[in-house]
Design a binder for this molecule. Structure first.
Ligand code: FAD
Ligand code: UDP
Length: 366
């Protein structure tokens, strides 16, 4: 008999497993994939830690969370500074003085940049931006929207920028300094040796069953534990009784190249509409690798349909309202708890998932 059955060995499940095990509780973790780690899983290829489910850069301003992850890995000093390729032009991201001076050859100072952007946005300015397009133009004006946002966003989400919620674009900083750091957070880095090692440590001392889809063995599994923590998709748990929530899926095309350096940066975003992928990741640059070969992954975003792997929740009004109906059912459960990006249908970053798992564990122990 177990105290907790944890469905999913991603960060949420693994943090719960660690914390409950530490307190003497017995945990069984079941994972439908052939490996642990969920989407932070990394696999070594040609001596390079490959982020198999997309680039994962750890960042947070929460000192406690930073201390927590540092107990399980040594983090390097990688700072994410993606480059955007728009047709035959290259720009630094996020939107900063390096971007502005390259876009406009009469912009040299922050004042020049602010004036230029002001000119660009005033004709389209909207008082209370209601969608991503209005929000983006308010923030950075029309040229940046057209070159660096529109194509990328429409590929990523499969919707026009007018149909998308404005919060998505607020994830990106806009700065009038020469600073290419993609995040504003105080702490940032990549775990040396890859994320899988963190998950291995978090899962020490509990039983883990791989290749085990909860839904295929629900009846027997439910009998094994007093409580269940479910980190898969909440709508699937309830058999889509209110209809399917919308997700974005991603396909990764990974290649090993017999050259030491393909693009000179870990992340290059392709912001035009025509290039079918959204970005190319060159994994070795996350760890300043000097290997003779290199591994790259192209990311293709697609509409999720039944049977696909869900990656991103689409947190617009319609889906948030539908999620609340599922949450209503979840709140009625006595011994089943829903957590993580899919269980709570939230565009969570890693640090948020850890914080939310720790909060849940505390609520159970107190
Ligand atoms: P998951 O990692 O999805 O884990 C859920 C696990 O449950 C999976 O292993 C799944 O196989 C398993 N599971 C589901 N259903 C079942 C079932 N029926 N039976 C058994 N097992 C099941 N965050 C950052 O902080 N920085 C980044 O740079 C970053 N980049 C990202 C890039 C991409 C492309 C994506 C998709 C996400 C990114 N994230 C990033 C977010 C990050 O991946 C998540 O915050 C985090 O991994 C979520 O952890 P989780 O445990 O909630 O979910
Ligand atoms: N975005 C963009 N151009 C870029 C990078 C991002 O327009 O070159 C927009 C896009 O809508 C994206 C959002 O900003 O979905 C958030 O980007 P982030 O890099 O945080 O996305 P994630 O890493 O979660 O895929």
């Amino acid at each position: 008999m177990f105290d907790y059955l944890i469905v999913g060995s991603g960060l949420y499940g693994a943090v719960c497993a660690r914390e409950f095990t530490k307190k003497g509780k017995k945990c069984l973790v079941v994972e439908k994939r052939s490996h642990i780690g969920g989407n932070v899983y990394t696999e070594e290829i040609e001596g390079i830690n490959v982020h198999k489910y997309g680039a994962h850069i750890f960042h947070t301003s929460n000192k406690e969370i930073w201390k927590y992850v540092n107990e399980y890995a040594e983090f390097n000093n990688y700072i994410n500074s993606p480059v955007a390729r728009y047709q035959n032009e290259l720009y630094n991201l996020p939107f900063n003085m390096n971007t502005f001076t390259k876009l406009w050859n009469d912009v040299f100072t922050p004042k020049d940049a602010e004036e230029r952007i002001e000119q660009e946005r005033k004709q389209y300015y909207v008082e209370n931006p209601k969608n991503l397009e209005e929000q983006a133009i308010n923030l950075v004006g029309k040229t940046i929207f057209e070159k660096l946002i529109k194509g990328y966003t429409e590929k990523q989400w499969g919707k026009t920028c007018k149909e998308l919620p404005s919060f998505i674009i607020k994830r990106l900083p806009v700065r009038f300094t020469f600073d290419n750091n993609y995040f504003n957070d105080k702490y940032q880095g990549i775990p040396e040796g890859g994320y899988t090692k963190i998950i291995e440590k978090l899962l020490e001392g509990c039983e883990v069953k791989l290749n085990c889809d909860y839904f295929e063995h629900k009846e027997e599994l439910d009998k094994l534990a007093k409580k269940i923590i479910f980190t898969g998709a909440i709508d699937k748990y309830y058999n889509y009784c209110f209809g399917e929530l919308e997700y974005r899926s991603v396909r990764f095309e990974t290649e090993v190249l017999d050259i030491p350096n393909y693009q000179g940066n870990a992340v290059v975003n392709y912001t035009d509409r025509k290039t079918p992928y959204t970005r190319i990741i060159e994994h070795k640059h996350f760890e300043f690798g000097k290997q003779p070969k290199t591994v790259i992954s192209k990311e293709y975003s697609s509409t999720w349909k039944l049977g696909d792997e869900p990656y991103y929740p689409v947190n617009d009004e319609k889906n948030n309202a539908l999620y609340l109906k599922y949450k209503g059912l979840a709140d009625e459960e006595k011994n089943v708890f829903f957590g993580g990006r899919l269980g709570q249908y939230k565009y969570y970053d890693m640090h948020m998932v850890i914080a939310s798992a720790l909060e849940f564990v505390n609520s159970q122990l107190n």
